[in-house]
Write a protein that binds this ligand. Structure first.
Ligand code: NAP
Length: 676
């Protein structure tokens, strides 16, 4: 097999490795498989290329344009993923580990793309929250907006998931409209480079949107400024070094850090031997210890169980670990492959030694997993190691030493408060799981430990069939944790893109706010459409187009009829005395839903046309009661339009109902799907 020459991709061109490039060895047999490292590069020119070429091209597009490109890119890589699986075996992982990495990365990019199209507008500016009333008469209002930063995202990734790490950071960055420079970890750079090469070859994103540094970043971090973002994943030690960079501190460059974490898993007191939850617990723990040979930032490092179950739990986990075949990751029967290299193995064994000074090794003898003659004698294999700690209150390493491999420590707790205290001794974790069917125990742990965790994962018999697993960050939910875990936050749907955007408070007259946000707001000018807006395709609509209907009287017969027809005979609509005794009503009043129905009857144009469906309404408020004899009219105003596909899009309408005195009685946002 030829040695792979891992290249960088800088300023639109591939750069071959220098003579001084480092050798990357196979985790399975120690053979040199790749060379990586450049001869130095002009970091300022690379940053400028991103800022001046990539950034403007990305910002020309809308959020939806970029989201569609992300989907295209993810599908492009999916078509070619077998190549990535094949290349990944030399990093020590099994096929199922590669799937977590490769398919996980593709899935994450697809979800971020879909969230981007659903939760962000087809525009360049995104509104954050509703209009804030800042004045009595409504002539001065406020609105938060989000716009893309005009710098570059520098992504420094860890070795353990070279494809997932690449894609999970690129997706929100590109969705936001910010170009990226990616620096993968050297230990698995050949896999990251192969995935990145596919991205470049696809030609989906414009020139300058993505660059790749295989090797040292040189003085790149010294050149970052206030519009740039660093997304780091790796050890706490490296994070501290990088975040202390004087340029980063001076410019207040955003620094998101995902670092190591002493994650916990807690067995509820209800989940003793013989319960479904007990088996689920031992299964999740052993899976988390052995998946990717424990080289997962979210792996379970500390196992907490009621003291009386400690012996049973140890036995159950040991039995599962004994069934995990360690060895050649190509073999489908292998449950756990090798660590990424022998340097990593030495580091894990050293850390395991520290843990072993406070806890007893109950499983994990150093067997030979690659017998002489197998060709794997130089592979980075080691057994899963389970420790048991008799006094977790006194122990220290157990709670703060991360052995980034298949190593975990079991300990007993006395009650919920003690369990939470032990969880929190991790000093801030990415995730802790609680396996329990007891809602009260779950609530107690959440109250005491949520502040120490980026994610709390509860599982039991009700959720186990569909649960996603302790160790899987899902793109819909945030990933990151406080304190020791880095204090960063990634993913979480479009929240991930917001890290690459600036939130700005806009204040001014409603007309100005409407123009800036490309969304009509109450108080801004209205215009008359050329015909009824239900007769206009979405392309013919614009924010502020508005009609006001004729008035309709609401009679007592209407109320009676509606009550009988729907079965809603609530006393406020039917009984004059009871209604009058209520502090909110002057006497019998019309049903709110009757008013909504009348409003629709007033403003719809009934014939088939470009309005395809009513898909819902938001922020409904009934502001003033309507009594028999009152009359109402509706004002329908286009707020904003969002294209959904080639055929149709969503229109948001502001609807306001007023009575005969021009008092507002109800207000809401109506959603329709309209032909383009
Ligand atoms: P690492 O040694 O800290 O390296 C992380 C990244 O930083 C690598 O790309 C590394 O590049 C780079 N780096 C190191 N020194 C640098 C410098 N002076 N300037 C610029 N970049 C520098 O961590 P690792 O061994 O790859 O990963 C294992 C650790 O990552 C574990 O502690 C694990 O808990 C943590 N992790 C956390 C998460 C999370 O989401 N929170 C996910 C995965 C892993 P080189 O490889 O070229 O040195």
């Amino acid at each position: 097999m030829p040695v792979i020459a891992v290249e960088s991709f800088l300023k639109g061109a591939w750069v071959t490795p220098a003579a001084t490039a480092v050798h990357i060895r196979s985790a399975i047999n120690g053979r040199v498989i790749a060379r990586s490292g450049h001869a130095g590069f002009d970091a300022q020119a690379v940053i400028d290329y991103a800022r001046l070429i990539g950034g403007p091209a990305l910002r020309e597009m809308t959020f939806h344009d970029r989201a569609r490109k992300l989907k295209e890119l993810a599908l492009y890589i999916r078509e070619r993923r077998e190549v990535l699986y094949e290349l990944s075996f030399d990093t020590g992982g099994t096929l199922s580990d590669h799937k977590i990495d490769v398919d996980g990365g593709i899935g994450t990019m697809l979800v971020i793309s879909s969230k981007g199209r659903r939760d962000l507008p087809d525009a360049n500016i995104c509104l954050d929250g509703e209009v804030e009333a800042l004045s009595r008469q409504g002539s001065f209002v406020g609105q938060h907006i989000m716009t893309p930063l005009q710098g570059v995202g520098v992504h420094i990734n860890a070795f353990n998931f070279p494809v997932w790490g690449l894609m999970e950071k690129l997706a929100p960055c590109l969705l936001a409209g910010v170009p990226a420079i990616v620096k993968p970890a050297t230990a698995t750079v050949q896999v990251a480079e192969a995935a990145f090469r596919m991205m470049v070859e696809s030609g989906i994103f414009p020139d300058g949107a993505i660059q790749f540094v295989a090797g040292s970043v040189g003085d790149l971090l010294d050149r970052l400024g206030p519009q740039d973002v660093v997304g780091f994943t790796g050890s706490a030690e490296t994070a501290l070094k990088l975040r202390s960079n004087p340029s980063i501190m001076r410019s207040a460059t955003r620094f998101m850090s995902e670092q190591d974490s002493l994650n916990a898993s807690v067995l509820g007191p209800d989940a003793g031997p013989g319960t479904v939850e007990f088996d689920l617990f031992s299964k999740e723990v052993s899976q988390e210890m052995t998946a990717r040979a424990g080289q997962k930032c979210t792996a379970i490092r500390r196992i907490m169980v009621p003291e009386i179950f400690a012996g049973d739990v140890a036995e159950a986990i040991e039995a599962r670990l004994a069934n995990v075949q360690v060895g050649d990751p190509h073999d489908p029967a292998t449950g756990m492959g090798a660590l990424v290299n022998n340097g990593q193995k030495a580091d894990v064994l050293e850390k395991a030694g520290l843990i072993g000074s406070e806890a007893r090794l109950v499983f994990g003898e150093m067997n030979r997993f690659a017998p002489a003659g197998s060709g794997m004698e130089n592979g980075a294999f080691m057994p899963p190691m389970l420790f048991q700690c008799a006094d977790p209150d006194v122990a220290d390493h157990v709670h703060r030493t991360e052995a980034f491999g298949p190593v975990s420590t079991l300990m007993g707790y006395r009650d919920a408060s003690h369990a939470a205290e032990l969880v929190n001794r991790g000093g801030g974790s990415l995730v802790s799981s609680v396996i329990t069917a007891d809602p009260d125990f779950a609530a107690q742990i959440a109250r005491r430990s949520a502040a120490f965790n980026g994610r709390l994962y509860f599982n039991n018999a009700d959720s186990m069939a569909e649960s996603t697993g302790h160790g899987s960050p899902v793109p819909h939910m945030v990933h990151g944790g406080p304190g020791r875990a880095g204090g960063g936050e990634e993913l979480g749907g479009v929240r991930g893109a917001f890290h690459y955007m600036q939130r700005t408070a806009i204040q001014g007259a409603p007309g100005i706010i409407a123009a800036v946000g490309q969304t009509w707001v109450p108080g801004a000018d209205r215009s008359e459409p050329p015909r009824h807006p239900f007769r206009l395709r979405m392309s013919g609509l614009s924010p502020g187009q508005s009609i006001t209907t004729d008035a309709r009287e609401v009679t007592e017969e209407d109320i009676e009829h509606f009550a009988r027809f729907t079965g809603d005979t609530f006393y406020a609509h039917m009984d004059e005395d009871a209604a009058r005794a209520n502090p909110f009503f002057p006497g019998r009043v019309a049903h709110g839903y009757l008013l909504l129905s009348f409003a629709a009857g007033l403003f719809v144009d009934p014939d088939p046309g470009p309005v395809l469906a009513n898909t819902g309404l938001n922020n409904l408020r009934f502001q003033k009661p309507v009594s028999p004899g009152d009359s109402i009219r509706a004002t329908l105003t286009v707020r904003r339009m969002t294209r959904r596909n080639h055929d149709y899009g969503e229109v948001r309408w502001h609807v306001c109902l007023t009575n005969q005195d021009d008092d507002q009685v109800a207000e809401y946002e109506l959603l329709t799907m309209n032909a383009l």
